[in-house]
Design a protein around this ligand. Structure first.
Ligand code: 13P
Length: 338
């Protein structure tokens, strides 16, 4: 459903669904809940403007400041509801990056186990398997809804004399749509830079494929407090040449390098802060609609025990999971953590 606002939803016949979300997830207290279920036009202008997130206008900011503490608090709650509702209504993504693990029989077994699961309908599940097995794994997954295979990389040229490499077109020819690009391990060990990754984005989009664009900072960068600037720059150089129609098709995965495979997870607050910052950068260039809807996944020691708190953050739309995606039981717990 295209959910513009919770209040608008609550006015429609299908508002029951919206009301259920509000009731279950946020406001069990009757009074609190019911005061939001009124037509948007019944609310003061500044609340309407806030709901529509028209808060960039200086005149609105001035109005907001002048309101009583009670009104400001009400408005704040409304904005939280909106963010959470939009998140609840939107598709979440959990992708497993198997990296260089598993023999062919092991890989097929895990894919079969995943294909047998009942998956939540609002979560897209992606298995980024070693390229060698993609064709077989694609067959194992068949047409199961919500479960897809992905490649872990593709080359930045479309074809030619690049021994050992795999092109976007080859991946597409085995009916695989998703491709991870710019993973920090590729950036570090194979010296991939933002310009190469930008080329990969273009090749994939030209084939109507779906890039999962990774970004993230190393520990020294975070320690110097330069992480927001650094990761924003990866996004700018890797993606900002895209037009509005194309950027929408990209999934971003924020993976702080210091948290990958180390057991050191970013705290939910650290991850949320970064996702919010990245959304701001995207908002500045592409506007509210794209910034609010682009999927930003968290990766870096995300596992069955911490996924719930990470996924509860308003700007985290899912996860890119390494080690914990190698066992069906753990991966399924993560998938069911929203
Ligand atoms: P871990 O979950 O093993 O830390 O790996 C994260 C990752 O790199 C996913 O791409």
């Amino acid at each position: 459903m295209n959910c513009e606002t919770m209040l608008e939803i609550s006015r429609r016949p299908s508002g029951v669904e919206g009301a259920k979300i509000l009731k279950n997830d946020f406001f069990c207290k009757k009074n609190h809940f019911s005061k939001f279920l009124r037509p948007l036009e019944d609310f003061p202008y500044f609340i309407q403007a806030l709901w529509r997130k028209d808060i960039s206008k200086p005149s609105f900011k001035r109005t907001f400041k002048k309101k009583s503490a009670k009104s400001r608090n009400f408005a704040r709650q409304m904005l939280i509801i909106k963010t959470k509702c939009l998140k609840n209504m939107s598709q979440k993504i959990v992708a497993g990056n198997w990296k260089m693990n598993k023999t062919a029989p092991e890989a097929l077994l895990l894919a079969k186990e995943m294909a047998q699961q009942t998956l939540p309908s609002d979560v897209t599940v992606i298995l980024a398997t070693p390229a060698l097995y993609l064709q077989n794994i694609r067959q194992v997954l068949g047409d199961k809804k919500g479960l897809y295979a992905a490649a872990q990389n593709c080359h930045h040229e479309s074809r030619g004399a690049f021994t050992g490499e795999i092109s976007a077109e080859m991946i597409q020819s085995v009916d695989v749509q998703y491709v991870i690009i710019g993973h920090s391990e590729r950036r570090e060990y194979f010296k991939e830079n933002n310009a190469m990754i930008a080329k990969k984005v273009d090749l994939l989009l030209a084939k109507e494929m779906k890039p999962i664009f990774c970004c993230g900072e190393a520990l020294p960068i975070r320690e110097k407090g330069k992480h927001v600037k650094y990761v924003s720059n990866q996004i700018k150089e890797g993606l900002f040449h895209l037009g509005h129609a194309d950027i929408k098709k990209v999934i971003i995965a924020y993976e702080p390098i210091w948290a990958i495979g180390t057991g050191l997870t970013a705290t939910p607050e650290q991850a949320q802060d970064m996702h919010l910052e990245l959304r701001k950068v995207i908002r500045k260039k592409y506007g509210n609609e794209i910034a609010d809807n682009i999927r930003i996944l968290y990766g870096g020691s995300c596992n069955a025990s911490n996924a719930k708190t990470l996924f509860a953050q308003p700007d985290i739309d899912g996860g890119l999971i390494g080690g914990a995606s190698l066992k069906a039981a753990d991966f399924c717990t993560i998938i069911n953590s929203f």
